[in-house]
Design a protein around this ligand. Structure first.
Ligand code: NDP
Length: 337
C-alpha cells in the first residue's frame, strides 16, 4: 500500500517516513520545496521512485493543496503542522494553517476514494488543561480535551506556546467533527505525543536544521547552567513514529481512537547525569547535575498510556538511550563540520 506522509521534512515526519519504509510500505512524502525532496534522495539512495516519491505542497492551508499528492494513496499520515515561535499573527501563522491543513488533507482523502485510513499527529497539547496549576492527582487520558478557545488564542499577546497549543486542539477537534459530519469511507486515528526528543532522522545539511524539540539536547552541550525540562514528560521520536505505524498495522482496533504517547518523566539533572555517564571523556562539556539526579524533577500531573500499550503494543525506549542517541548525533555533526 502507498502511504502519504505530510510534513516529511519535519522531525516527526522524517521518522515516520523511515518507520514505514523499514516496514516495507511504499511512501510518498510531501515537502514544501524541491530541494527538500533532493535532500531525501541523497540521504536514501537505496529506495527508488517506486518505493519513495515526493509531492510538493508549499502551503497546506491553501484549498485543494493535497489534491495532486493524494493520487492512489491508501493510508495518510498527517504530521505537518506549524510548530515554531516568533511569528507575528496568531490566526494567520498558527491557527489557520494547522486547522485548514488538516481539513484539506481530510477533504482530499474523502474525494480520492482510495483512502482507507488517516492517522493524524495531534499532541498532548490537545488534551492538556493548559492553565491548571500543579496537581499530582491529575492523570491525563484520551478522555481529556484542552479547554482553551479559539478566541483565547486570537487575543493572546505574549504566550506563543498557548497559541500553538490551541492550534493543535482545534486541528484535532475539527478532524473528529469532519468524520462525524461527512462519514467518509476511511477511519481516523490520532496520536498525541508529549515532548518529543531523540536523534533526528531528517536529511539534514547541518545541525542548525534541527527543529524546536529535536535541538533541545544542545542546551546541555558546552553549557554551564542546568536547563529545565520544558515539560516533565518525554517520548522518543522513533517511538512516536512507531505508534503511527502500529496504528496502521492495527487499523481495526485503532480506527476512531486517540492515543496518548508518553514514555518517561525527566528533568535537567537526570539528563546531565546520563550525559556525564555516557560520555565520560567529554564530561566537562555538560552541566553538573547539581545534586542527586532527579532532585529538580517536577511532576505536576501524571498520564495513562495503557491504551497505546494494549492496542498498539507500545513499549518505551529507555530515557538513557534516547539521550545518548541525541547527543551522539550532535557529536557526529561536530566531527563532520
Ligand atoms: P517540525 O517543525 O520539524 O515539522 C513540521 C512540519 O510541518 C514540517 O515538515 C513543515 O514543513 C510542515 N509545515 C508546517 N507548516 C506548513 C504549511 N503551512 N504547509 C505545509 N507544510 C507545513 O516539527 P515536529 O516534527 O516536531 O512536529 C510534527 C508534528 O508533531 C506536528 O503536528 C506537531 O504539532 C506534532 N507534535 C510535536 C511534538 C514535539 O515535541 N516535537 C510534540 C507533540 C506533537 P517545513 O519544515 O518545510 O516548514
Amino acid at each position: 500500500p502507498l502511504v502519504l506522509v505530510t510534513g516529511a521534512s519535519g522531525y516527526v515526519g522524517a521518522s515516520v517516513v523511515h518507520a514505514f519504509l523499514r516496514a516495507g510500505y511504499r511512501v510518498r512524502g510531501t515537502v514544501r520545496k524541491q530541494a527538500q525532496a533532493g535532500a531525501w534522495r541523497y540521504r536514501l539512495p537505496q529506495y527508488d521512485e517506486e518505493r519513495l516519491d515526493f509531492a510538493i505542497v508549499e502551503d497546506m492551508g491553501r484549498e485543494g493543496a493535497y489534491d495532486e499528492a493524494i493520487k492512489d494513496v491508501e493510508v495518510v499520515v498527517h504530521t505537518a503542522s506549524p510548530f515554531f515561535f516568533g511569528y507575528t499573527d496568531n490566526e494567520r501563522d498558527m491557527l489557520l494553517p494547522a486547522v485548514n491543513g488538516t481539513l484539506n488533507i481530510l477533504d482530499a482523502a474523502h474525494r480520492a476514494g482510495t483512502v482507507r485510513q488517516v492517522v493524524i499527529t495531534s499532541s498532548f497539547a490537545a488534551l492538556q488543561d493548559y492553565h491548571r496549576g500543579p496537581d499530582p492527582t491529575k492523570v491525563y487520558t484520551e478522555e481529556d480535551w484542552c479547554p482553551l478557545t479559539w478566541d483565547d488564542a486570537v487575543k493572546e499577546e505574549k504566550d506563543q506556546v498557548l497559541v500553538y497549543v490551541t492550534s493543535k486542539k482545534y486541528a484535532e477537534k475539527k478532524a473528529w467533527d469532519f468524520i462525524a459530519e461527512k462519514k467518509p469511507a476511511f477511519s481516523l486515528t490520532t496520536i498525541l505525543p508529549v515532548y518529543v526528543i531523540g536523534a533526528s532522522e531528517q536529511p539534514l545539511q547541518s545541525i542548525d536544521g534541527l527543529s524546536t524539540s529535536a535541538s533541545w539536547i544542545r542546551e546541555f552541550i558546552d553549557k554551564q547552567e542546568l536547563p529545565k525540562a520544558p515539560i516533565h514528560a518525554m517520548v522518543d521520536v522513533q517511538d512516536v513514529a512507531l505508534a503511527h505505524l502500529r496504528a496502521v498495522e492495527n487499523a481495526s482496533v485503532a480506527g476512531g481512537k486517540r492515543y496518548l504517547v508518553a514514555a518517561h518523566s525527566f528533568s535537567g539533572s537526570e539528563v546531565a547525569h546520563i550525559l556525564r555517564q555516557a560520555f565520560p571523556e567529554q564530561h566537562e562539556r555538560f552541566p553538573d547535575a547539581g545534586g542527586e539526579p532527579g532532585w529538580d524533577k517536577e511532576e505536576p500531573w501524571k498520564w495513562d498510556t495503557s491504551r497505546a500499550e494494549t492496542d498498539l503494543g507500545m513499549r518505551w525506549k529507555p530515557l538513557e538511550q534516547t539521550i545518548r542517541e541525541a547527543a551522539e548525533q550532535v557529536f557526529e555533526f561536530e566531527r563532520r563540520d
